[in-house]
Design a protein around this ligand. Structure first.
Ligand code: SAM
Length: 214
């Protein structure tokens, strides 16, 4: 409030309670020691979520932060991180995955978007149980798309919502993984012949979806 918004007494702000309601706040006191807001009773509706489950092979910690932040600001409903052969095992032990660091990321992103409800986040540190047991369950009632640079014929044109998007690891899926995913009901989608970084692929897919669904 002090450094970014540079508030002073009488200014109005959007305020929200995590997992709760959104209101208007008025700055009542603003000194070096404290800022006191008077919160108006009247509620403001929360921004709508995008009907998207985004599944991403766990990327390196810096990229994980970008994906969680961007997906939250853009309003993704559910985020799923899963293991894949080319995901470094050490990524699963990174402190960024912990509640404290991920919680801060989520709060920052929600503040940016004026939202109070974070996406559901789940993690699956083993590929096969994820692909064989979890993915079919996640896909129920959704249209699923697998983003892969090669061997794909479909373009992204969801005919129904909600949707599930799958983005692979930085090193790509192995043939075995690609085959196993092929058994799930996912349509392959190419974003063109340029290979995008994970965060670029995610931003592109979500940007398109924001225009289409919001
Ligand atoms: N060497 C890997 C390969 O050829 O599959 C590149 C992986 S890319 C850095 C990481 C992920 O972003 C991919 O698994 C895919 O899900 C997505 N991606 C990147 N570029 C893409 C493109 N042009 N079309 C579709 N998906 C793409």
């Amino acid at each position: 409030m002090r450094h970014v918004l540079r508030v002073s007494v009488g200014d109005t702000l959007r305020v929200g309670v995590l997992h709760g309601k959104r209101h208007t706040g008025v700055v009542a006191v603003c000194s070096d020691q404290e800022i006191i807001l008077t919160v108006m009773e009247q509620e403001k509706p929360l921004p709508r979520k995008l009907p998207i489950t985004l599944c991403v092979a766990l990327p390196r910690p810096q990229t994980y932060k970008k994906v969680v932040y961007d997906a939250t600001v853009l309003g993704v409903s559910e985020l799923v991180f899963f293991h894949s052969r080319k995901v470094e095992k050490s990524y699963w032990h990174s402190p960024v995955l912990g509640e404290e660091k991920t919680g801060k990321l989520l709060r920052d992103a929600l503040s940016q978007a004026g939202d109070t409800v974070p996406p559901r986040i789940s993690t699956y540190p083993r590929f096969r149980p994820f692909a064989e047991d979890v993915l079919p369950r996640l896909l129920k009632g959704k249209e699923g798309f697998l983003f892969h640079p090669r061997d794909t014929v479909h373009t992204l044109s969801p005919s129904q919502i909600p949707v599930l998007y799958m983005v692979g690891p930085e090193g790509g899926f192995t043939d075995f993984e690609y085959e196993l995913l092929g058994n799930a009901d996912l349509l392959g989608v190419s974003l063109g012949e340029r290979i995008l970084r994970v965060e670029q692929a995610v931003a592109t897919i979500l940007g398109y979806s924001l225009i289409k669904f919001a």
